[in-house]
Design a protein around this ligand. Structure first.
Ligand SMILES: [Zn+2]
Length: 368
């Protein structure tokens, strides 16, 4: 697979990174700003959109793209991570059953979130990739508990697939108009469970598989590359492999080398607002080598040494911030706490990630 196809007829070169526009916005940016960073697509959160503005509002616009005037790619998540978090925090042990997830929400009372609901909502959003509802394996799950989440994940995957095919038929979504359907692999750190889950999902049949989100790493926070390796080794070559919530720039490069081509993460946008910018260790865009060790650094914009620095943040970047403003001006904006600081920093970090992906795309399309 060389391209990520959108239901609106665009082909986006793989690999891709989609930042998290959880509530149909990347904080401080509008859709034009996102486009100008050469970010090809976004991830939206199904459950948050179901809460606000609600499925009826999105439906009345004809999908999330017209709603936010965005013409790039869109992946919707299943909404599972949010409802599971709410349910596990407040609903107790019986909150999650084979039927779905039960939880209480202020103002709405008891909600049962089911695999069928997740698929219906995502087809209302009209994303390019629909993600099945899964039961994520807790970080501290023992093997029996992990096995239980795998079984429920498989069960829900079947329900989701049946609902997806039914709705696509009803809505006449076929060929290029039909979104991708992504299965999600669970099993925690147990590689035999990951392998089994992968194989059983492939039997059901999907366009691709994903894994990750929380908890994707070990307790100490280090990235376990054995998991993406096992999944990649156990599914067909033409599957799209999506690292959900992956990740740091170096983790993306390593997963790409294992065959993964779709990524999303909150890091570039969240870090930007928390004064953490990413810069390539290179003098120009041409000199960037994403396969080198330590190919990037963090830049803390409000350090005193930058107060009078008239250089751009990075000469290996062509974003709005680096083209038009100095380190000194950015330091000033952060020091006075102006929102423009967050906007310019977010634009820069998104361009960092899109440059990273451009370098990987050049490599990928040369190799394949
Ligand atoms: Zn920049």
């Amino acid at each position: 697979m060389k391209f990520f196809k959108t239901v609106t007829g665009n082909s986006i070169p793989l690999p891709v990174f989609f930042p998290d526009a959880t509530r149909a916005v990347l904080k401080t940016l509008d859709s034009d700003d996102i486009k100008n960073t050469k970010t090809p697509g976004i991830l939206v959160n199904t459950y948050h959109l179901y809460t606000t503005p609600g499925a009826d509002v999105i439906k009345s616009h004809g999908g999330i793209r017209p709603f936010m005037n965005w013409d790039g790619g869109v992946i919707s998540d299943s909404g599972g991570f949010q409802v599971m978090s709410i349910a596990k925090n407040g609903g107790g042990k019986n909150a999650i059953t084979d039927k779905g997830v039960t939880f209480k929400e202020a103002g709405k009372g008891k909600i049962v979130f089911t695999p069928v609901m997740s698929i219906k909502l995502q087809l209302t959003i009209k994303s390019d990739m629909v993600v099945v509802l899964d039961d994520f394996t807790d970080l501290d799950a023992d093997k029996n508990q992990a096995r239980e989440t795998v079984e429920r994940t498989i069960l829900w995957a079947k329900v989701c697939k049946a609902e997806f095919e039914k709705l696509c038929l009803e809505k006449h979504l076929e060929g290029d108009k039909k979104p991708y359907l992504l299965g999600v692999v669970q099993g925690g750190p147990y590689l035999d469970l990951r392998q089994e889950c992968t194989q059983r999902l492939v039997e059901i049949g999907f366009d691709g598989l994903g894994y990750g989100g929380w908890p994707m790493s070990g307790k100490e926070g280090s990235f376990n590359f054995d998991i993406p390796k096992v999944i990649a080794n156990n599914c067909p070559k033409d599957y799209l492999l999506y690292g959900l919530g992956v990740g740091k720039p170096d983790e993306i490069v390593k997963c790409y080398q294992l065959g993964w081509t779709i990524f999303d993460c909150v890091l570039p946008t969240r870090d930007a607002r928390h004064k953490r910018l990413y810069t390539f260790n290179a003098k120009s865009i041409d000199e960037i080598d994403v396969f080198a060790d330590n190919f990037y650094s963090y830049y803390v914009p409000d350090k005193e040494k930058y107060y009078r620095d008239q250089q751009p943040v990075s000469t290996a970047c062509d974003c709005l911030l680096c083209k038009k403003y100095s380190r000194s001006y950015l330091a000033h904006l952060f020091r006075i706490g102006d929102m423009t600081a967050g906007r310019l920093a977010t634009i820069h970090n998104l361009r960092f990630y899109s440059l990273l992906m451009e370098k990987l795309q050049a490599h990928y399309h040369h190799e394949n």
